[in-house]
Design a protein around this ligand. Structure first.
Ligand code: PBG
Length: 345
């Protein structure tokens, strides 16, 4: 008998055969393209650490959305850079907030595009945290301390107040739904936010608006460039008391289960590439649509290495997205959405 009998290479011999037996296929049908909306008109300002990604004024965002739709990308997620920040995140829930304005304009000008609203407060809080900040031991009043924490004050001296934050998040979600958002995506990581948002949406007649929760969102170094793009870096401390510890897969499953109990319709794992095991395990355990966010740092690393000619840009871009899809995410938020759609067309 000839040896070997099993020859996996038989099916790799030609591109026709390889394509024929391919298990996963990249497609823009599950892509979500992130947009950063800023004040002004005719503004198109490139983010230094994210080549090809821009801060866009509402009019420019509308143009961008036309292009996104024409490329076959079904959805965009909106982040806002407000005119002003405060300690109540007014810009997040104001009816004339930057994201609400953009949502109205895009809904009107580019009907049919699925509008996703990121519900979080960090971009709208003067201190850059995703919830209300309260000093634990500091002698000053709450407002004064939160507005200008002395640099020597340690993280342990502050607490992010969970339950009071829920009201602001719920209010933000309702104002986004009113502005025309089709999907509400809370990314703050407060406990109980999905239930709070679901209740508020239902009370305001938005029981048909689905929630995609950033259920397993890790405290990650990969968010660096985003914080520049959205001007949302915490002014003191970090996000480790609300975002998850990178080491914890079991806790991620618990977070997902809780969000589903609270009424999430879809869940997200974030970042993507460093958490493919979390995506795969979530796919095995939960029968809901699973999204993954290929975050700013993942994008920036590929761009930077490609600019140095250290890697082949398109190849690595496609390979990374394929791995995310193969792990089990059918929805992928990615800054590469337009480039991939063009390449596949
Ligand atoms: C807001 C938010 C962040 C991202 C999405 N929503 C930043 C953060 O949590 O610090 C990161 C996205 C990216 O890095 O591309 N909380």
């Amino acid at each position: 008998m000839a040896f070997p009998i099993q020859r996996p290479r038989r099916l790799r011999r030609t591109e026709a055969l390889r394509s024929f037996v391919r298990e996963a296929r990249l497609s823009p049908e599950g892509f979500v393209y992130p947009l950063f909306i800023c004040p002004g008109e005719g503004v198109r300002k490139e983010v230094r650490s994210m080549p090809g990604v821009f801060n866009l004024s509402v009019d420019e965002a509308v143009k961008e959305c036309r292009e996104v739709k024409s490329l076959g990308i079904p959805s965009v997620i909106l982040f806002g850079l407000p005119e002003a920040k405060d300690e109540k995140a007014t810009g997040a829930w104001a009816d004339d907030g930057i994201v609400q304005k953009a949502a109205r304009a895009i809904k009107r000008e580019v009907p049919g595009l699925l509008l996703m609203g990121d519900v979080c407060l960090c971009e709208y809080m003067s201190h850059g945290h995703c919830g209300i900040v309260k000093p634990v031991t500091a002698p000053q009043s709450v407002g004064a301390a939160a507005a200008a924490p002395p640099p020597q004050v340690k993280v342990e001296d502050y607490e992010i107040i969970n339950d009071a934050t829920l009201d602001i998040l719920a209010r933000t979600a309702v104002s986004q739904a009113k502005a025309g958002m089709d999907i509400i995506a809370p990314s703050d990581m407060m406990d109980g936010r999905v239930a709070a948002i679901r209740t508020a949406l239902d009370k305001n007649g938005f029981e048909q608006i689905p929630i995609l929760s950033y259920a397993a969102k890790f405290a990650s170094g990969f968010y660096g460039p985003f914080r520049e793009a959205a001007d949302s870096a915490p002014q003191f401390g970090d996000r480790r008391s609300y975002q998850m510890d990178s080491a914890n897969l079991r806790e991620a499953m618990r977070e997902i289960a809780l969000d589903l109990e609270e009424g999430a319709d879809m869940i997200m794992v974030k970042p993507a590439i460093a958490y493919l095991d979390v995506i795969a395990e979530a796919r095995r355990r939960f029968d809901v649509p699973i999204a993954a966010y290929q975050v700013s740092g993942e994008y920036a690393m590929i761009k930077a290495a490609a600019q140095n000619n250290w890697i082949d840009h398109d190849r690595v871009m496609l390979e990374s997205l394929l791995s995310i899809q193969r792990a089990g995410a059918s929805i992928v938020l990615t800054y590469f959405a337009k480039e991939v759609a063009r390449l596949l067309a």
